[in-house]
Design a protein around this ligand. Structure first.
Ligand code: EPS
Length: 392
């Protein structure tokens, strides 16, 4: 239902985004987009480029009089650094960095300079995704849903977040520091870790969680592989630069437990609501949302541009050669959280639009109000024997 495309090189004039499928009548808040872009720019251990850029989205289509028209939304984000690249001869880059798309990109596209791979493979592209995600967050917000996130670990420094700490509080605490972590004691350990990594001219990765709140039950479907929302979420988060692992809920920990210890038991309350006391399923059963928070964890590898030279081969001479340094981040985990929020918001907005149908918010609102709930009233059972009846 909802689709997006991005275009643009890291040091080209600008990034371009097209988002198609957003219903008409959605109020667009430019300050909200600017705020999301600013969140993506800040982190302890960010590289020099973020001192150059001050990302601002310029909407050029699909929004009139402050609201979406239903037409494709287009926006651009200027690369301020373009000024520094536009008029200079760019030195040849022929020694691929391990872990980056330098070598694989050149093999695939027969590039004669590795920078052609770098320019498009760069995580600069995620600025466009975050602007897109801000629009999806506006949409979800119309139905009382929101997406947030926070860092759980950077290198060996792990956060310890009490299981009963409300998600809103986690989001708020995370935004209070430049490691984007709700455990303020862990923040100092993380800061030391990143500082040590910078002294050692190295890079770090980490683990983070993004969460969808207020997402109604019944989004996605069990009926076909590409309609399972779990798969769509895993693919979307796994598409982010440097993300090499994604799980829904505590999936890897669940894998080591008995089923009786994992599955969230179902209870009914006095009003007939069907409730869960745990959410080890991460808000999804059978590829369909349960109504519980959507919990997604991701593992980010350390940034592949390492200041310490790595062993490689100069493709121009064929000789063994150390990598040369390209400016980059030391720690991008807190920034990746914002990108993952954008991708989760995209998938959830897509699934909600699919569920509600309709071309405008006006059409969608009554449909949202009529969605079935996890409530006995909405689940009448025949409670009688029946037959498949294929031969009838
Ligand atoms: C990146 C390298 C750095 C990062 C960049 C991603 O850029 P530069 O080579 O210009 O220093 O700053 O990220 C961004 C520009 C951004 O906006 O996030 C890379 O190689 O992926």
């Amino acid at each position: 239902m909802l689709r997006f495309l991005t275009a643009g090189e890291s040091h080209g004039p600008e990034l371009t985004l097209i988002l198609e499928g957003m219903p008409a009548g959605l109020p667009i808040d430019p300050a909200g987009i600017a705020q999301e872009l600013a969140r993506r720019q800040t982190a302890y251990g960010a590289g020099g480029r973020m001192k150059i850029e001050q990302d601002r989205a310029r909407i050029t289509a699909g929004v009139m009089n402050g609201r979406t028209t239903g037409g494709p939304i287009a926006l651009t984000i200027a690369n301020k650094d373009w000024r520094n690249w536009a008029t200079k001869d760019i030195p040849a880059m022929t020694t691929p960095r391990p872990g980056h798309a330098d070598l694989t990109g050149a093999i695939k596209y027969r590039y004669r300079d590795l920078r052609l791979a770098l320019e498009r493979a760069s995580a600069r592209e995620t600025a466009a995704r975050v602007a897109m995600g801000a629009l999806c967050k506006h949409y979800l917000g119309q139905f009382g849903a929101r997406v947030g996130g926070y860092v759980l670990a950077i290198a060996q420094a792990q956060a310890d977040i009490p299981a009963d700490m409300p998600y809103e509080q986690r989001f708020e605490l995370a935004e209070s520091n430049d490691l984007r972590c709700p455990d303020l004691a862990a923040v100092e350990r993380m800061r030391r870790s990143v500082w040590e990594c910078m002294q050692a001219k190295d890079t770090v990765g980490g683990v983070f969680e993004v969460v969808g709140l207020g997402i109604p039950p019944g989004l996605g479907s069990h009926v076909h592989w590409d309609r399972r929302l779990s798969g769509r979420i895993l693919a979307a988060i796994g598409s982010i630069h440097a993300i090499k692992g994604v799980e829904i809920g505590p999936a890897f920990a669940n894998a080591g437990r008995f089923g009786s210890q994992v599955h969230d038991e179902i209870f009914r309350d006095a009003e007939g609501r069907l409730i869960r006391k745990t959410n080890r399923a991460g808000g999804l059963e059978g590829g369909i949302t349960t109504g519980e928070p959507i919990l997604v964890r991701a593992a980010m590898k350390p940034i592949s541009t390492v200041l310490n030279p790595r062993q490689s081969v100069d493709l121009a001479t064929g000789a063994a050669a150390p990598t040369t340094y390209e400016r980059s981040d030391f720690n991008a985990v807190p920034r990746a959280v914002v990108v993952a929020e954008a991708m989760l918001a995209f998938v959830l907005a897509d699934a909600l639009i699919e569920k509600l149908g309709g071309d405008s918010l006006e059409e969608q609102r009554p449909r949202f109000a009529a969605l079935s709930r996890a409530h006995l009233d909405d689940l009448p059972m025949d409670n009688a024997p029946w037959r498949f009846g294929f031969d009838a």
